[in-house]
Design a protein around this ligand. Structure first.
Ligand SMILES: [Zn+2]
Ligand SMILES: [Zn+2]
Length: 645
């Protein structure tokens, strides 16, 4: 028997007899690796550990530390699910069962729906089968035999798959005990390694995703390497559910979406509107401080304008249809840019005026399909915190730096601690799909990269991800439970300055085209509000809270002092609620907690006598008595410093 040369990841070479398996090599390396190994990578391709090696190759032995190996584990777990289902319900027809990001699913055709009790039974059977540590074995069958096998067991979907997908004369199968599945593999050696999984839910899906085909039932499962990872994931899911902005928005009476008005359109109720006003006041003040000029532009403009800008062509599928008035077509605006361009163009600009920074909380309307609408996060009408910067080439790096610093400030003020940054560039292989010259693109991408490097911001460069009109920087905020939200964007535009023939008179007296940058910090007020609701789980910091304090008199006897306290706080500019309902104190506190009001001020005889309030905080509990004027000063500080508490 001839020997072959196997190169390991550390560069070392082992000479082994032809037919040696990756599992055998793992054992030679050490018992620990042999035990932890899930699958092998041979010359870049994932294969079973038991596959004999028949040529010189590069070999890596993968454990659960490798994400690809985890997907193989999940795929094997999907087979385990199908095996358990077939044992319990022998008449089901099998569909497909791939791994997914957080686990796997398998789909079945069955007349009766799977109930939660069924899922429990199936999960228990899976655990039995896993505990038996049944080997996953690869088998090859000639294609006609394979089809025959499935025909005899009346698995017509599988027949269909073999007929369509098997290209070679021999078809590969995997068996797990009695269970057999048409599958390319690879799989982990045996079922014993599948420990941390949970069947989550059943969802309907057409066979092959095509309407009109039979309705399959997909059983979805979460599956991780160990119980801790699974528990973390399940906990995060629970947290996300608890924080769902649609539920909290209703409980706190912040906003609604009304069937009578149509989908994807937001009604801001008084409490939500109060938060929005505070958010917008902060933003407008900061825009002015950062040298922006605030503008307003119409919601509807001639469609001709949208032809000039190009939107009527390349953006038409996201736009509401035209509206005819006096034989002219008008267009509800999907973006604010052309409006700002018209303001820039309203007079000839000199280089002395640049940079021009125009900011607007501009409401736009976009046609999103009803299927993708989602609470505040995906809507049809929304207000962008939009701005456009027109500047000269030598001003661009400073402008980008200011945008990024503005984004950091936003992050800090709203209490986000981490972020991810991406720089999306053009695809050098396809320069023809982009507007602007390759030199323009290079200069723009360099400006973005230089600025980030100069600020020591680490980022991911993604070639080919830019829009056709220019490269961009995206900032994703990471929320309280580790989810990343795409919000801030800083984007070059080589398209609009050209289409609208934008100019400025340079120092040399001749006319030049300015650079144009679109930028948004929140993305939209609606979306950012949704993110904030989930980030704070409804407990807005005092500066944003719709009600900052509630005054709770112990009984009617103290109503005079209670009203005095309420008046004093209102005069100072705080948002105060006076709760004089004829309820027990405990009930009033409970309600204030449910409404996530930051401060509860309990008023009784002692407080009335000494001019004090007993302070209770929604998360810190009882803080004891404090002179009223002291509380007023403390709350003033907390609100003015926009503290996150
Ligand atoms: Zn499979
Ligand atoms: Zn824009």
């Amino acid at each position: 028997m001839e020997n072959i040369q196997i190169t390991l990841p550390d560069g070392s070479v082992r000479e082994v007899p032809t037919g040696t398996t990756a599992a055998q090599i793992a054992s030679q390396i050490g018992p620990r690796l042999a035990k932890d190994a899930l699958v092998a990578r041979v010359d870049g391709e994932l294969v079973d550990l038991s596959r004999p090696l028949d040529h010189d190759a590069k070999l890596s032995i993968l454990t659960a530390k490798d994400p690809d190996a985890v997907q193989v584990l999940r795929h094997s777990a999907a087979h385990l699910l199908a095996a358990a289902v077939l044992e319990l319900y022998p008449n089901v027809k099998l569909g497909v069962g791939p791994p997914i990001d957080t686990g796997f699913f398998y789909e079945f055709l069955r007349d009766e729906p799977f109930t939660p009790e069924d899922l429990e039974k199936i999960e228990a059977r899976m655990r039995d089968l896993a505990a038996k540590d049944i080997p996953n074995e690869r088998k090859l069958l000639p294609k006609p035999e394979a089809i025959d096998l499935y025909r005899k067991s009346q698995q017509e979907f599988k027949c269909e798959l073999v007929e369509e997908k098997a290209v070679e004369p021999m078809v590969s199968f995997y068996t797990t005990g009695k269970f057999i599945d048409f599958c390319r593999g690879p799989h982990i050696p045996s079922t014993g390694r599948i420990k941390a999984f949970k069947l989550m839910n059943v969802a309907g899906a057409y066979w092959k995703g095509q309407e009109g085909n039979p309705q399959m039932q997909r059983i979805y499962a979460a599956c991780f390497v160990d119980q801790k990872e699974l528990d973390d994931y399940l906990h995060k899911l629970e947290e996300a559910k608890r924080r769902d902005h649609r539920r909290i928005g209703q409980e706190l009476d912040l906003f609604s979406i009304q069937e009578d008005a149509g989908p994807g359109l937001i009604f801001w109720h008084p409490k939500g509107a109060t938060i929005r006003k505070e958010m917008e006041d902060w933003l407008r003040a900061e825009l002015i401080r950062h040298g922006y000029e605030l503008v307003y532009t119409p919601h509807i403009m001639l469609r001709e304008l949208w032809k000039t800008s190009g939107h009527a062509n390349f953006y038409s599928q996201n736009m509401f249809g035209p509206i005819e008035v006096e034989k002219a077509d008008y267009q509800l605006k999907p973006m604010n840019c052309p409006g700002h361009v018209l303001i820039y163009k309203s007079h000839l600009r000199s280089y002395r005026e640049l940079p021009v920074r125009l900011g607007e909380l501009g409401t736009v309307y976009r046609y999103e399909r009803s299927g993708v609408l989602h609470g505040l996060l995906r809507v049809r009408g929304f207000t962008q915190d939009d701005a456009h910067i027109f500047c000269m080439p030598d001003q661009i790096e400073k402008e980008i730096r200011d945008c990024i610093e503005f984004a950091w400030e936003t992050l800090r003020v709203f209490g986000f601690e981490s972020y991810e940054v991406e720089l999306s560039g053009g695809d050098p292989a396809h320069p023809e799909v982009y507007t602007g010259s390759p030199e323009d693109w290079k200069r723009a991408e360099d400006a973005l990269a230089n600025t980030l490097n100069g600020m020591n911001v680490s980022y991911k460069y993604i070639p080919g991800e830019a829009a056709f009109y220019g490269p961009k920087i995206d900032v994703k905020l990471v929320d309280a439970i580790g989810r990343a939200w795409q919000l801030t964007t800083v984007q070059f535009d080589f398209n609009l300055p050209r289409r609208f023939n934008l100019e400025y008179v340079g120092e040399d007296g001749s006319r030049h085209q300015p650079l144009m940058v679109h930028r948004a910090l929140w993305g939209s007020v609606e979306r950012f509000f949704g993110v904030l609701i989930e980030h704070y789980a409804g407990a807005f910091p005092a500066w944003l809270a719709p009600v900052q304090a509630t005054v709770l008199p112990l009984s009617e006897k103290f109503s005079e002092y209670g009203q005095k306290v309420t008046r004093r706080l209102k005069e100072t500019g705080f948002r105060v609620h006076y709760d004089d309902r004829n309820e027990k104190l405990q009930a009033k506190i409970r309600d204030a907690q449910l409404q996530k009001i930051p401060y509860m001020l309990v008023i009784g005889g002692k407080e009335a006598e000494s001019g004090a309030v007993s302070v209770r905080h929604r998360s810190k509990g009882d803080l004891g008595p404090r002179p009223l004027e002291q509380f007023v000063a403390d709350l003033r500080d907390e609100v003015d410093s926009r503290a996150i508490r």
